[in-house]
Design a protein around this ligand. Structure first.
Ligand code: APR
Length: 256
Protein backbone atom coordinates (compact mmCIF):
# COMPACT_ATOMS: atom_id res chain seq x y z
CA UNK A 1 0.00 0.00 0.00
CA UNK A 2 1.61 3.28 -1.08
CA UNK A 3 1.91 5.96 1.60
CA UNK A 4 0.32 9.30 0.62
CA UNK A 5 3.09 11.95 0.35
CA UNK A 6 2.94 14.64 3.06
CA UNK A 7 1.74 17.87 1.35
CA UNK A 8 4.05 19.95 3.53
CA UNK A 9 7.09 17.90 2.52
CA UNK A 10 6.05 18.01 -1.12
CA UNK A 11 5.75 21.82 -0.99
CA UNK A 12 9.09 22.19 0.77
CA UNK A 13 10.76 19.96 -1.82
CA UNK A 14 9.27 22.01 -4.67
CA UNK A 15 10.33 25.31 -3.15
CA UNK A 16 13.84 24.01 -2.49
CA UNK A 17 14.06 22.86 -6.12
CA UNK A 18 12.90 26.26 -7.37
CA UNK A 19 15.46 28.01 -5.16
CA UNK A 20 18.19 25.65 -6.38
CA UNK A 21 17.32 26.48 -9.98
CA UNK A 22 17.06 30.22 -9.33
CA UNK A 23 19.77 32.75 -10.13
CA UNK A 24 17.91 35.86 -9.01
CA UNK A 25 15.28 35.42 -6.30
CA UNK A 26 13.19 38.33 -5.01
CA UNK A 27 11.36 38.35 -1.67
CA UNK A 28 8.06 40.17 -1.22
CA UNK A 29 6.56 40.44 2.27
CA UNK A 30 3.38 41.63 3.88
CA UNK A 31 2.13 41.89 7.45
CA UNK A 32 1.82 38.09 7.71
CA UNK A 33 5.57 37.71 8.27
CA UNK A 34 5.37 39.89 11.40
CA UNK A 35 2.36 38.35 13.16
CA UNK A 36 4.65 35.82 14.84
CA UNK A 37 6.49 38.87 16.23
CA UNK A 38 3.23 40.01 17.85
CA UNK A 39 2.45 42.70 15.25
CA UNK A 40 -1.07 41.97 14.00
CA UNK A 41 -1.80 42.08 10.32
CA UNK A 42 -4.44 44.24 8.70
CA UNK A 43 -7.06 41.90 7.29
CA UNK A 44 -7.18 38.92 9.61
CA UNK A 45 -10.37 39.01 11.70
CA UNK A 46 -10.20 41.43 14.64
CA UNK A 47 -7.19 43.40 13.43
CA UNK A 48 -6.71 46.49 15.65
CA UNK A 49 -5.44 48.40 12.63
CA UNK A 50 -8.90 48.29 11.11
CA UNK A 51 -10.77 49.45 14.22
CA UNK A 52 -10.27 53.06 13.17
CA UNK A 53 -10.95 54.28 9.66
CA UNK A 54 -7.53 55.25 8.22
CA UNK A 55 -6.91 59.04 8.16
CA UNK A 56 -6.48 59.96 4.47
CA UNK A 57 -3.36 61.93 3.62
CA UNK A 58 -5.31 64.97 2.40
CA UNK A 59 -7.14 65.27 5.72
CA UNK A 60 -3.85 64.89 7.61
CA UNK A 61 -2.43 67.81 5.61
CA UNK A 62 -5.35 70.20 5.98
CA UNK A 63 -6.67 69.44 9.44
CA UNK A 64 -4.62 69.89 12.67
CA UNK A 65 -7.21 67.86 14.61
CA UNK A 66 -6.66 64.98 12.16
CA UNK A 67 -2.91 65.27 12.73
CA UNK A 68 -3.43 65.18 16.49
CA UNK A 69 -5.61 62.05 16.11
CA UNK A 70 -3.07 60.41 13.78
CA UNK A 71 -0.24 60.95 16.27
CA UNK A 72 -2.40 59.75 19.16
CA UNK A 73 -3.14 56.53 17.28
CA UNK A 74 0.49 56.15 16.26
CA UNK A 75 1.81 56.26 19.83
CA UNK A 76 -0.95 53.95 21.05
CA UNK A 77 -0.06 51.35 18.40
CA UNK A 78 3.69 51.81 18.97
CA UNK A 79 3.19 50.96 22.66
CA UNK A 80 1.42 47.73 21.73
CA UNK A 81 4.31 46.50 19.56
CA UNK A 82 7.29 48.12 21.25
CA UNK A 83 8.75 44.71 22.11
CA UNK A 84 8.25 43.19 18.66
CA UNK A 85 11.38 41.39 17.47
CA UNK A 86 12.15 39.64 14.19
CA UNK A 87 11.14 35.98 14.16
CA UNK A 88 11.77 32.85 12.10
CA UNK A 89 10.41 34.26 8.86
CA UNK A 90 12.53 37.43 9.01
CA UNK A 91 15.60 35.41 10.03
CA UNK A 92 15.11 32.95 7.17
CA UNK A 93 14.88 35.72 4.57
CA UNK A 94 17.92 37.44 6.09
CA UNK A 95 19.90 34.20 5.73
CA UNK A 96 18.75 33.77 2.11
CA UNK A 97 19.99 37.31 1.35
CA UNK A 98 23.22 36.86 3.34
CA UNK A 99 23.82 33.58 1.51
CA UNK A 100 23.46 35.29 -1.86
CA UNK A 101 20.31 33.29 -2.70
CA UNK A 102 17.96 36.30 -2.53
CA UNK A 103 18.82 39.72 -3.94
CA UNK A 104 16.59 41.85 -1.72
CA UNK A 105 13.23 41.94 0.05
CA UNK A 106 10.41 44.15 -1.17
CA UNK A 107 8.18 44.83 1.81
CA UNK A 108 4.84 46.48 2.45
CA UNK A 109 5.61 46.45 6.17
CA UNK A 110 6.53 49.55 8.15
CA UNK A 111 7.75 47.74 11.28
CA UNK A 112 11.51 47.83 10.53
CA UNK A 113 11.74 44.12 11.43
CA UNK A 114 13.60 43.18 8.23
CA UNK A 115 16.34 45.68 9.15
CA UNK A 116 16.24 44.44 12.75
CA UNK A 117 16.82 40.89 11.42
CA UNK A 118 20.11 42.04 9.84
CA UNK A 119 19.15 43.16 6.33
CA UNK A 120 20.97 46.30 5.23
CA UNK A 121 18.92 49.30 4.08
CA UNK A 122 19.86 48.53 0.49
CA UNK A 123 18.53 44.97 0.88
CA UNK A 124 15.02 46.08 1.91
CA UNK A 125 12.72 48.04 -0.40
CA UNK A 126 9.99 49.63 1.75
CA UNK A 127 7.03 50.46 -0.46
CA UNK A 128 4.88 51.84 2.38
CA UNK A 129 7.62 53.60 4.33
CA UNK A 130 8.87 52.98 7.83
CA UNK A 131 7.14 53.73 11.12
CA UNK A 132 10.26 53.89 13.29
CA UNK A 133 10.92 57.57 12.58
CA UNK A 134 9.22 60.69 11.17
CA UNK A 135 10.03 63.16 8.40
CA UNK A 136 9.13 66.71 7.47
CA UNK A 137 6.76 66.72 4.48
CA UNK A 138 8.36 69.94 3.19
CA UNK A 139 12.13 69.54 3.63
CA UNK A 140 12.31 65.78 4.36
CA UNK A 141 14.33 66.32 7.54
CA UNK A 142 14.27 63.22 9.76
CA UNK A 143 12.73 63.59 13.23
CA UNK A 144 13.00 61.02 16.04
CA UNK A 145 9.76 59.69 17.54
CA UNK A 146 10.95 59.94 21.14
CA UNK A 147 11.44 63.71 20.82
CA UNK A 148 8.10 64.14 19.06
CA UNK A 149 6.27 62.08 21.68
CA UNK A 150 7.67 64.09 24.60
CA UNK A 151 6.55 67.38 23.04
CA UNK A 152 3.22 65.95 21.86
CA UNK A 153 2.31 64.59 25.29
CA UNK A 154 3.29 67.87 26.92
CA UNK A 155 1.43 70.18 24.54
CA UNK A 156 -1.07 67.99 22.68
CA UNK A 157 0.06 69.81 19.56
CA UNK A 158 1.16 67.85 16.46
CA UNK A 159 4.87 68.29 15.62
CA UNK A 160 6.28 70.83 13.18
CA UNK A 161 9.69 70.67 11.53
CA UNK A 162 12.62 71.95 13.60
CA UNK A 163 14.25 73.27 10.41
CA UNK A 164 11.48 74.74 8.30
CA UNK A 165 8.29 74.63 10.37
CA UNK A 166 6.70 72.20 7.91
CA UNK A 167 4.25 69.42 8.80
CA UNK A 168 5.98 66.36 10.32
CA UNK A 169 4.54 62.88 9.71
CA UNK A 170 5.51 59.31 10.52
CA UNK A 171 7.65 58.11 7.61
CA UNK A 172 4.86 55.75 6.46
CA UNK A 173 2.76 56.10 3.32
CA UNK A 174 -0.90 56.80 4.09
CA UNK A 175 -3.80 56.13 1.77
CA UNK A 176 -3.84 59.00 -0.72
CA UNK A 177 -0.13 59.76 -0.26
CA UNK A 178 2.24 59.33 -3.20
CA UNK A 179 4.32 56.18 -3.09
CA UNK A 180 8.10 56.67 -2.93
CA UNK A 181 8.93 56.70 -6.65
CA UNK A 182 12.57 55.62 -6.33
CA UNK A 183 11.57 52.64 -4.17
CA UNK A 184 8.75 51.71 -6.52
CA UNK A 185 11.18 51.80 -9.45
CA UNK A 186 13.70 49.67 -7.55
CA UNK A 187 10.98 47.16 -6.65
CA UNK A 188 9.78 47.03 -10.25
CA UNK A 189 13.32 46.48 -11.56
CA UNK A 190 13.94 43.71 -9.02
CA UNK A 191 10.59 42.07 -9.87
CA UNK A 192 11.22 42.15 -13.62
CA UNK A 193 14.78 40.83 -13.26
CA UNK A 194 13.85 38.02 -10.88
CA UNK A 195 13.51 34.39 -11.96
CA UNK A 196 11.85 33.41 -8.66
CA UNK A 197 9.42 35.72 -6.83
CA UNK A 198 8.61 34.60 -3.30
CA UNK A 199 5.50 36.21 -1.72
CA UNK A 200 5.36 35.84 2.07
CA UNK A 201 2.37 36.82 4.19
CA UNK A 202 0.36 39.20 2.07
CA UNK A 203 -3.31 39.22 1.06
CA UNK A 204 -2.17 40.85 -2.22
CA UNK A 205 -5.11 43.28 -2.34
CA UNK A 206 -3.34 46.65 -2.06
CA UNK A 207 -1.93 48.15 -5.27
CA UNK A 208 0.47 49.03 -6.76
CA UNK A 209 2.42 46.64 -4.47
CA UNK A 210 0.15 43.70 -5.29
CA UNK A 211 0.83 44.08 -9.02
CA UNK A 212 4.53 43.24 -8.62
CA UNK A 213 4.10 39.45 -8.30
CA UNK A 214 2.08 39.35 -11.53
CA UNK A 215 4.63 41.52 -13.34
CA UNK A 216 7.42 39.19 -12.23
CA UNK A 217 5.44 36.15 -13.37
CA UNK A 218 4.54 37.73 -16.73
CA UNK A 219 8.22 38.48 -17.21
CA UNK A 220 9.24 34.84 -16.80
CA UNK A 221 9.73 34.40 -13.07
CA UNK A 222 8.32 31.48 -11.11
CA UNK A 223 5.83 32.75 -8.53
CA UNK A 224 5.57 31.17 -5.09
CA UNK A 225 3.06 32.33 -2.45
CA UNK A 226 3.35 31.38 1.21
CA UNK A 227 0.23 32.59 2.99
CA UNK A 228 -2.35 31.28 5.49
CA UNK A 229 -5.30 32.52 3.42
CA UNK A 230 -5.96 32.30 -0.33
CA UNK A 231 -4.91 35.33 -2.39
CA UNK A 232 -6.17 36.69 -5.74
CA UNK A 233 -2.90 35.60 -7.36
CA UNK A 234 -2.97 31.95 -6.27
CA UNK A 235 -4.19 30.96 -9.76
CA UNK A 236 -1.05 32.50 -11.33
CA UNK A 237 1.38 30.95 -8.87
CA UNK A 238 3.68 28.02 -9.65
CA UNK A 239 3.42 27.00 -6.00
CA UNK A 240 1.07 28.02 -3.18
CA UNK A 241 1.94 26.96 0.36
CA UNK A 242 -1.17 27.62 2.45
CA UNK A 243 0.38 27.44 5.87
CA UNK A 244 2.24 29.13 8.69
CA UNK A 245 5.21 31.17 7.53
CA UNK A 246 7.49 30.38 10.48
CA UNK A 247 7.74 26.60 10.00
CA UNK A 248 7.96 26.87 6.19
CA UNK A 249 10.71 29.47 6.02
CA UNK A 250 12.76 28.14 8.91
CA UNK A 251 12.72 24.70 7.25
CA UNK A 252 13.81 26.19 3.92
CA UNK A 253 16.61 28.16 5.57
CA UNK A 254 17.77 25.05 7.46
CA UNK A 255 18.06 23.03 4.24
CA UNK A 256 20.09 25.63 2.31
N1 APR B 1 1.55 32.59 8.44
C1 APR B 1 1.02 32.65 7.20
N2 APR B 1 0.19 33.65 6.79
C2 APR B 1 -0.12 34.61 7.69
C3 APR B 1 0.38 34.61 9.00
C4 APR B 1 1.26 33.55 9.36
N3 APR B 1 1.81 33.48 10.59
N4 APR B 1 -0.12 35.71 9.65
C5 APR B 1 -0.92 36.34 8.77
N5 APR B 1 -0.91 35.70 7.59
C6 APR B 1 -1.58 36.10 6.35
C7 APR B 1 -3.03 36.49 6.51
O1 APR B 1 -3.87 35.38 6.33
C8 APR B 1 -3.20 37.52 5.40
O2 APR B 1 -3.68 36.93 4.20
O3 APR B 1 -0.91 37.26 5.92
C9 APR B 1 -1.80 38.07 5.15
C10 APR B 1 -1.64 39.51 5.58
O4 APR B 1 -2.47 40.29 4.76
P1 APR B 1 -2.85 41.77 5.21
O5 APR B 1 -3.26 41.78 6.64
O6 APR B 1 -3.80 42.29 4.18
O7 APR B 1 -1.47 42.57 5.13
P2 APR B 1 -0.76 43.11 3.82
O8 APR B 1 -1.03 42.21 2.64
O9 APR B 1 0.65 43.34 4.19
O10 APR B 1 -1.51 44.52 3.59
C11 APR B 1 -0.98 45.36 2.58
O11 APR B 1 -2.47 47.12 3.30
O12 APR B 1 -3.42 48.41 4.99
C12 APR B 1 -2.43 48.36 4.03
O13 APR B 1 -0.44 49.58 4.11
C13 APR B 1 -1.07 48.47 4.66
O14 APR B 1 1.00 47.44 3.95
C14 APR B 1 -0.37 47.19 4.23
C15 APR B 1 -1.14 46.80 2.98
Amino acid sequence: MSVMPDPFETSIASLLRFIGESRRMAGFTGAGISTESGVPDFRSPGSPWMQNKPIPFGLFLENPAARREAWRRKFTMDDLYRDARPTRGHAALASLVAGGRMTAVITQNIDNLHQASGLRDDEVIELHGNGSYATCLSCDRRHELADIRLAFEASGEPPVCKSCGGIVKSATISFGQAMPQAKLRAALTLSLESDLFLVIGSSLVVHPAASLPSLAKENGARLVIVNREPTPLDGQADLVIAGEIGPVLSRIASEL
